[in-house]
Design a protein around this ligand. Structure first.
Ligand code: TYM
Length: 345
C-alpha cells in the first residue's frame, strides 16, 4: 500500500442542537488531534438536506456549528473549518462514488433503515446515497484518519470499501497517471475513549440524539447552568449505589452512561471514576457530575453565544476555510478525472 500523509477529516451536520454526544463522541477528539495532525473539520450542510430543512433555520444552524467548533477550541487558522456546500468537489466526487458503490452495500446501512423508518418509499434518494457523499467528504482530501462516534462506524467501513474498489477497478489507470499502487487511502476510524456512544438521559438503551422529542434526554452545548443541573438531577438511574469495578456496570445502562460521561468530561477512564465513587449514592455522584458539567460546558455555551452574534466573523472563517479546502479538493478531483479518462481543461 502506498504511503499517505496523515490527515484528519471529520464532519458534523447542522441539523439542530449540538449535544453532549456530539461533543464527547467527536468534537473533543477534533480538538485533541490538532496537536498531532493537520485537521479539516466540515459543517456538512449537503448532508443536512437529505431530510427536510427550514432554510432560515439551516443558515442559523450552519453558523452555530461553526461557532461550536471554535468555542470548543478548534483553531480555524492553524487548521481548516468550512461548510461543505462551498466546496463543490464534495458533490462531484460523490457522483463518482455513486457509480463505484454497489446497491447491496447501501442496502445494508442501518442508519438509512432507522432514518427512513416505515415509510421507506418516501425517503429521499439523497438519504439513501448519503454514505457515498460521506466517503467523498473524506477522500476528496485523501484523509487518513476520521474521528467519529460509534454510530458512524458502519459508514466508515463503507468509505473504506469504496476507496478499495476504486483503487482496484482503476489500478492500471492509477499507475499510468503516475500514482503508486493506490490512489485513495483506506480511512481509519478513530472511535476511542469512555464516551463513543453517549446514551439518552431518559433511557440508557437509546442513543442521545438531536431528534429525541424530550429535551431532558440530552444536554445541549447551549444549555445554561440551571438547565444542565436540572437535566443531570432528573437523569434516570437505578436504586443501587455505584459499583467499585467496571464489571458492576454491566446490565446497568443508565449508571454505565453517567459514569462514561463523567470520565470523558474529566479526561479519565470509567475505572478511575469508579475507584473514587464506588459505593456512593447517585445523589452524591450526580452533584459532582453537575459541577463538572457546568465547569466544562458553561464556558463553551457562553463563547458560542458570543461568536454567533458576530456573524461577519463566522462567515469569514467559513469563506477562508472553504477556499483552502477547495484548493486541496480540486487537486484530487483533477487526478480523479484523469484516472477515469475524462477530458478536462
Ligand atoms: P452527526 O452530525 O450525526 O454527528 C456528529 C458526530 O457526533 C457523533 N455522535 C455521537 N457520539 C457519541 N454519542 C452520541 N450519542 C452521538 N451522537 C452523535 C457522531 O458519531 C459524529 O461523529 N454522517 C455524519 C457526518 C459526516 C461525517 C462525514 C463524519 C458527514 N461526512 C465525513 C465523518 C467524516 C453525521 O451524521 O454525524
Amino acid at each position: 500500500m502506498a504511503h499517505f500523509k496523515e490527515l484528519v477529516f471529520s464532519g458534523v451536520q447542522p441539523t439542530g442542537n449540538l449535544h453532549l454526544g456530539n461533543y464527547l463522541g467527536a468534537i473533543v477528539k477534533f480538538v485533541d488531534l490538532q496537536k498531532s495532525h493537520d485537521c479539516i473539520y466540515c459543517v456538512v450542510d449537503l448532508h443536512a438536506i437529505t431530510v427536510a430543512q427550514d432554510p432560515l433555520q439551516l443558515t442559523a444552524n450552519i453558523r452555530e456549528v461553526t461557532a461550536a467548533f471554535i468555542a470548543c477550541g478548534i483553531d480555524p487558522k492553524a487548521h481548516i473549518i468550512f461548510n461543505q456546500s462551498q466546496v463543490p468537489e464534495h458533490a462531484e466526487l460523490a457522483w463518482v462514488f455513486n457509480c463505484v458503490a454497489r446497491l447491496g452495500w447501501l442496502n445494508r446501512m442501518t442508519q438509512f433503515k432507522e432514518k427512513a423508518g416505515k415509510d421507506r418509499e418516501n425517503a429521499s434518494v439523497g438519504l439513501y446515497a448519503y454514505p457515498a457523499l460521506m466517503a467523498a467528504d473524506i477522500l476528496v482530501y485523501r484523509a487518513t484518519h476520521v474521528p467519529v462516534g460509534e454510530d458512524q462506524k458502519q459508514h466508515l467501513e463503507l468509505s473504506r470499501d469504496i476507496a478499495q474498489k476504486f483503487n482496484n477497478d482503476f489500478a492500471e489507470s492509477i499507475a499510468r497517471n503516475g500514482f503508486n499502487d493506490a490512489f485513495f487511502p483506506l480511512p481509519e476510524p478513530l472511535i476511542q475513549g469512555p464516551a463513543t456512544r453517549v446514551m439518552s438521559l431518559r433511557d440508557g438503551t437509546k442513543k442521545m440524539s438531536k431528534s429525541d422529542p424530550s429535551d431532558y434526554s440530552r444536554i445541549n452545548l447551549t444549555d445554561d447552568a440551571d438547565a444542565i443541573a436540572q437535566k443531570v438531577r432528573k437523569a434516570k438511574t437505578d436504586p443501587e449505589p455505584l459499583p467499585s469495578e467496571l464489571e458492576g456496570l454491566k446490565a446497568r445502562p443508565e449508571a454505565d452512561n453517567l459514569v462514561g460521561i463523567f470520565a470523558a468530561l474529566n479526561g479519565t477512564s470509567k475505572a478511575d471514576i469508579l475507584l473514587e465513587y464506588g459505593g456512593a449514592q447517585f445523589s452524591t455522584f450526580k452533584s459532582a457530575l453537575v459541577d463538572l458539567s457546568v465547569a466544562k460546558l458553561g464556558p463553551i455555551g457562553a463563547e458560542m453565544k458570543r461568536l454567533v452574534a458576530d456573524q461577519a466573523y463566522i462567515d469569514a472563517v467559513l469563506a477562508d476555510g472553504s477556499e483552502r479546502a477547495g484548493a486541496k479538493a480540486r487537486q484530487t478531483m483533477n487526478a480523479v478525472k484523469d484516472i477515469l479518462g475524462f477530458v478536462r481543461r
